[in-house]
Design a protein around this ligand. Sequence first.
Ligand SMILES: O=C(O)C(=O)CO
Length: 289
Amino acid sequence: MLTRRNVLKAAAAGAVASAVGLPARSQTPADARKIKFSVTGGFGRSMPMDEFLSAVKSLGIEAIDLVKPDDWKTVQDHGLAVSLGSGPGMGIKNGFNRPEYHDALVADYEKMIPIAADAGVTSLICFSGNRNGMDDQTGLDNSAEGLKRLMPLCEQKGVTLVMELLNSKVNHPGYMADHTAWGAELCKKVGSDRFKLLHDIYHMQIMEGDLIRTIRDNIDVIAHFHVAGNPGRHDPDDTQEIYYPAVMRAIVETGYDGYVAFEYSPAKKNPTTAERLESLKNAIAVCNV
Ligand SMILES: O=C(O)C(=O)CO
């Protein structure tokens, strides 16, 4: 429908696209790609939300990642999906590995899962929590026990809880889900397709490397990917050590049909909006295999 809001949105998209030297529609239409790309909401923090959403859509981004419930509708009104909802839980450090948090976590997710389902948001992020002296087997058993309480509701509502694998070496000291094998074992123990892993390629490069083999071996329990360059967590370009085209090809070859979300900050200091979008355009070009 031709409303003032739509006209403004289209104009904003065109203005930003031409600012970064693109036609108003992406040069590679999203539906011609083998990968569905998403970008974290935080990537656009320097620009008004409407402008950000229109601009990334014009680059062929199909979804926004790590979006809180208050913003789900705005994202969807721009014709973008919410690839991963955030909000419930007690943060990265306090997660399912602690039985004393289970009642609060279960109550929080039980409230959010039906809201997500009604909104068409089918994945919600969750975390293991930190070790704080706990051994990995105890954390695994505890996490499985807590997560299993949520699986009947997740299965009924068609919502997947996705636990993020994070590095405990640089960014999140003490975090328990810091290796793919631990997460895969947890998926086995929980025993539901509604509990899977977020394989953050940047974090797992820091912890274990061997990215392609690990992804191939564990693709059945991976529901989501995050992309950033290492070291520095900047653009996934040729200034950093991960050869993203090969990693992306390996992901495509597995038949993976979920989202690959960019979660990085541009290397350029204080980038303008146009530079930010240029960085994202380049990141898509690197990963669009
Ligand atoms: O906080 C981080 O480091 C994350 O990757 C969250 O997605």
